[in-house]
Design a protein around this ligand. Structure first.
Ligand SMILES: N[C@@H](CCC(=O)N[C@@H](CS)C(=O)NCC(=O)O)C(=O)O
Length: 235
């Protein structure tokens, strides 16, 4: 069975965390909105009388949905036994993933600090203030946490071995931060060697090579959660 996976068709966004897991775990899926368009996704969302999703990404399963990025990854890991399976690891990975999603939300709020529905141009002054705090305090605090988490584990991955969806997500998080804040990330790189090494290990995973080189993987762009506005970046 191939999952019906729904996410905005033109950005990696939060959908990328799910795509990476589906691809690396070899789970069959159809990227429905890339085939059918965003309007088809909105129609599908409106169609789920039972268990509707509030927002994409989501999986559509038997008329119901599994939504919320961290929840989707938790579901897929359980259902397909992809990654560490011990009780402690499962909840540890969920904890890490929820923390990653917190940082994703903060990265988004840097360019939309006042209103999700407003244009960036209408909140530029506030974005400048938010970006300064994000660069100085929040990125180091989160990356420092993931650095400690990696150092605390024996082995190469966030929950020991084998790799898990949280490792894939930390990889994409670093990619997104590097896209949005290249100057800041260049300054910080040396302080978080375990995070950088984890990023590089995921990039080299044999299970991901086909996907990473394919056009199924969308490039970052200025409609995404991670956006590069040069004025919001600094060393
Ligand atoms: N907490 C949710 C957030 C979902 C979300 O914000 N999705 C965005 C795209 S990345 C969206 O389309 N939001 C529409 C809205 O909030 O109205 C998750 O992690 O999946």
């Amino acid at each position: 069975m191939a999952y019906d996976f729904w996410y905005w068709p033109t950005i990696p966004g939060r959908g990328e965390f799910v795509r990476l897991m589906l691809e690396a775990c070899g789970i069959p899926y159809t990227d429905r909105a890339r085939d059918k368009g965003a309007d088809a996704m909105l129609a599908d969302m409106a169609d789920h009388a039972g268990g509707p999703a509030f927002a994409p990404p989501y999986l559509s399963i038997d008329g119901s949905t599994v939504a919320q990025t961290a929840n989707i990854l938790f579901y897929l890991a359980e259902r397909h036994q992809c990654g560490p399976s011990g009780m402690k690891s499962r909840y540890w990975l969920a904890q890490l993933q929820l923390t990653i999603m917190d940082l994703v939300a903060e990265a988004h709020d840097v360019h939309h600090p006042i209103g999700v529905g407003l244009y960036y141009e209408d909140q530029k002054a506030e974005a400048l203030r938010r970006a300064a705090e994000f660069r100085t305090d929040r990125i180091p605090k989160y990356l420092g946490y993931f650095e400690r988490a990696l150092i605390a584990e024996r082995g190469d991955w966030l929950a020991g071995a084998p790799w898990s969806y949280a490792d894939l997500s930390l990889f994409h998080l670093v990619e997104g931060l590097r896209y949005a804040f290249p100057r800041r990330m260049a300054t910080l790189a040396a302080q978080y060697p375990a995070v950088v090494a984890l990023h590089d290990r995921v990039a080299a995973l044999p299970e991901l090579q086909d996907y990473l080189a394919s056009d199924r993987r969308l490039p970052f762009n200025q409609d995404d959660v991670f956006r590069h506005y040069p004025e919001l970046d600094a060393p």
